[in-house]
Design a protein around this ligand. Sequence first.
Ligand code: ATP
Ligand code: MG
Length: 233
Amino acid sequence: MTAPPVFDARGLSKRFHMGQATVEALRGVDLQVSAGEVLVVAGPSGSGKSTLLHLLGTLDEPDAGALTIDGTPASSMGEAERTAFRRIRLGFVFQTFNLLPVLSAQENVELPLWLAGVSSGERRRRAHEALAEVGLGARRGHRPDQLSGGERQRVAIARALVHRPLAVLADEPTGNLDSGTAAEVMELLMSLNRAHGTVFVIATHDAALIARAPRRVALHDGRVASDERKASA
Ligand SMILES: Nc1ncnc2c1ncn2[C@@H]1O[C@H](COP(=O)(O)OP(=O)(O)OP(=O)(O)O)[C@@H](O)[C@H]1O
Ligand SMILES: [Mg+2]
């Protein structure tokens, strides 16, 4: 039996109401993402990239269409179940890193494990391992303001992966980084994908990231305009 797609989105639509005006952010998006895939979601500003990531991450619900994650229909889960599912099975990386400023790198990475009820010794061990894997073993005790932008994003990536999620959703993960650091972050995501099989769905404008991605889905006005895989991937 073949494994179900990690994400199976059918006809996802999302609209936002702003006073009298209605914005059709997504208009019937179909997207299947298989185990082990890395894909970028590209497209102009306002094309629906962040909205799509929010829906895939169960942070928001569609107005129409259906989403199944690893065989489970998202609509079948209640709010509490969805929160638990998100904490255990998914990871998130944001443009602004979203690290807690008063916590060390180590403590930031331990947070998802703490939420999942992992014991303190095990939390420490796994956070060490995750930080070593992103090349920050020597920076464990630093707070975010004592780290460079690229290092902060590595901490955020370690935090997104420490609980070994099925998939990580990254919204403009290199938006605040220079092009060299952005390329390093993309290489890191690709190597973590090879090591653990984690699915990465990356929303980005960054041409260098788009060029390196094995699969590119372009959105235009809330619709999938193209979906291409690299010949070698
Ligand atoms: N919470 C919201 N309330 C009202 N409108 C929204 C909301 N979120 C998104 N939109 C609108 O939906 C459309 C898609 O927005 P979205 O943030 O998904 O675009 P995006 O492709 O991520 O853009 P960017 O590249 O600028 O991040 C836009 O027109 C936006 O203004
Ligand atoms: Mg966006």
